[in-house]
Design a protein. Structure first.
Length: 550
């Protein structure tokens, strides 16, 4: 066992003495040590309930004859920090979480690990750490929040962000916005559409890093404790059998993750995260993979933000197993090993479909004949960028650039009515290095939707988007402005074209004679400045310590 490094032999008597002080006994010292890394925090509904889930995982590990060793790590709430300087901490936290998991698990030579995650960056960070260390383990999601009710309809946090834009545009009263705010988040659980957390929970299931069906369970579901116990037993079994993370994170399983994201109309952030997980496993996941799969993988799930239903509805309709069965039948999945056992297809089984459900479609009647994401290249983004296809049917858009340095200036312009139909809003200086931290632009994108401009305005940024973003929105423009990318050379009035069929994004202006973009670092010290000095390109996952500034 790896853990023998800290607990076996005469020389380890001092370590054993300390382990005994922490409550372990002779029998424990003979058993595998399995780390439980919890992202519990009191600041967000996404993670506030995870202490109870940890207790269930502990029971499962103990029942399987192993020893649970608990740690905690940080979590940054995207929904709370959105539109503020604190949003810069979000993507940085993915790296900090992955690093902290590595340090805790490797530092103590533990035999395996289970990461309990509840929010956007927790999930990919857990997968990154497991792939980096190549130990047995899994990622267990805390589940989605129930939808709120407002004016006789289901609502999520997406509706509140869009309500801000509607209120600023005079389309909703402040009293109505207050009622919506008070109704949208009725309890624990992650944001309820196919936003980033639910997207990554689904992707990790199809990669085999999460047990089939466990990530579908809503946060308050009575079966969640049982799923936690089962996950604990599965990781203990993986330790005994020597099944490690890199046996699960393969080119084929990554393609399964891509298929799940595309078929569910998932978040653009999945491109960053899957590329980063691939890198940690020593693999490459080129952006063209998403474009190639999108051409042949339809959107099968009618989920928010572009669709009608929530993650709770997805679970009730048959969840991952039903979607997996549909993707398997249409040839969009590889049969790969999973934490459940040797066969993903075996874990999918033959799921029952509730009568009359229309959340999860099939190939014959998809929500859209092509996948939900497209990676574009062209003179505006030579290293690529990401377009979300769900929520609009635009094939071609061309218009004059409205250029803003930073999110706040763009938000103010939308709120003041200074953005007009036909404009291409450009927000630059928000990339991984330039932001720094690659903030999400949900405040702006939701304001555009709330102002009624969602069908008539495009937005391009070297930053990124929330999973709740929808409309003609292009993110991750690479190279970013701070790395000398063309987006930093744009001026108001430059003609920009987006062409979906050819997957091209072009600027129709001569940029060669223009002076370089002046990047002024926002931070000179601290964690975010450290991140800016180490982070690589968005096109390879915006990881630290790899492909620096490519």
């Amino acid at each position: 066992m790896r853990s023998d490094t800290i607990k076996s032999g005469i020389s380890r008597a001092p370590a054993r003495a300390m382990l005994r002080g922490a409550g372990l006994d002779d029998r424990d010292l003979e058993r595998p040590f399995i780390g439980i890394v919890n992202t519990w925090t009191e600041v967000s509904p996404c993670n506030v309930h995870l202490r109870e889930l940890e207790e269930a995982v502990r029971r499962g590990i103990r029942a399987a004859g192993a020893v649970p060793i608990g740690f905690n790590t940080i979590s940054i709430s995207d929904g709370i920090t959105m539109g503020t300087p604190g949003m810069a901490a979000s993507l940085v936290s993915r790296e900090v979480i992955a690093d902290s998991i590595e340090l805790a698990i490797d530092g103590h030579s533990l035999d395996g690990a289970i990461v309990i995650a509840g929010c956007d960056k927790n999930l990919p960070a857990g997968a990154m750490a497991l792939a980096r260390m190549d130990i047995p383990g899994c990622v267990l999601y805390g589940g989605s929040i129930q939808p709120g009710r407002f004016q006789s309809r289901d609502v999520t946090i997406q509706d509140v962000f869009e309500g801000v834009g509607a209120c600023l545009a005079g389309r909703m009263s402040e009293a109505e916005l207050g009622e919506l705010e008070s109704s949208a988040c009725p309890g624990a659980g992650a944001c309820g559409g196919q936003f980033t957390a639910n997207t990554m929970a689904l992707a990790l299931t199809f990669m085999g890093l999460s047990p089939m069906g466990s990530n579908d369970l809503p946060a308050n579901h009575p079966d969640r404790a049982g799923a936690g116990e089962a996950a604990g037993r599965l990781v203990a079994a993986a330790v005994r059998e020597g099944r490690t993370a890199r046996q699960l994170v393969t080119r084929e399983s990554l393609e399964n993750g891509v298929a799940a994201v595309l078929a569910s109309g998932g978040s653009t952030n999945a491109v960053l995260h899957l590329c980063a997980i691939a890198g940690e496993a020593g693999l490459s996941l080129p952006l063209d993979t998403f474009t190639e799969h999108s051409a042949r993988t339809p959107v099968m799930c009618d989920l928010k933000p572009g669709g009608r239903y929530t993650a709770v509805d997805f679970h009730a309709a048959g969840g991952s197993a039903l979607l997996g069965a549909r993707l398997r039948a249409s040839g969009h999945l590889h049969d790969v090993p999973s934490i459940d056992g040797p066969s993903l297809f075996g874990a999918i089984g033959t799921p029952a479909e509730p009568p009359g459900q229309d959340v999860i479609r099939d190939d014959a009647e998809p929500v859209s004949p092509r996948g939900g994401l497209l990676c574009l290249h062209g003179s505006l983004a030579p290293s690529g960028c990401v377009l979300k296809l769900c929520g609009h049917g635009v094939e071609h858009f061309e218009g004059p650039a409205r250029v803003f340095d930073g999110e706040e200036a763009a938000f103010a312009a939308v709120g003041a009515g200074d953005v007009q139909p036909g404009d291409v809003v450009v927000i630059r200086g928000e990339g991984p290095r330039g932001g720094p931290g690659m903030r999400e632009m949900l405040a702006v994108t939701a304001a555009i939707q709330g102002a009624g401009l969602g069908d008539s305005v495009a937005l391009i940024t070297d930053g990124r988007f929330s999973g709740a973003t929808w409309g003609l929105m292009v993110g991750h423009a690479s190279p970013e402005a701070a790395a000398g990318g063309p987006i930093g050379l744009l001026r108001d009035g430059d003609r920009i074209s987006i062409d979906v069929p050819s997957a091209r994004i072009e600027v129709h202006a001569d940029l060669d004679a223009r002076p370089p973009y002046e990047h002024r670092p926002a931070r000179s010290s601290g964690a975010i400045a450290k991140y800016a000095s180490l982070v690589g390109c968005a096109s390879t996952g915006a990881r630290t310590g790899a492909d620096l500034h490519s």
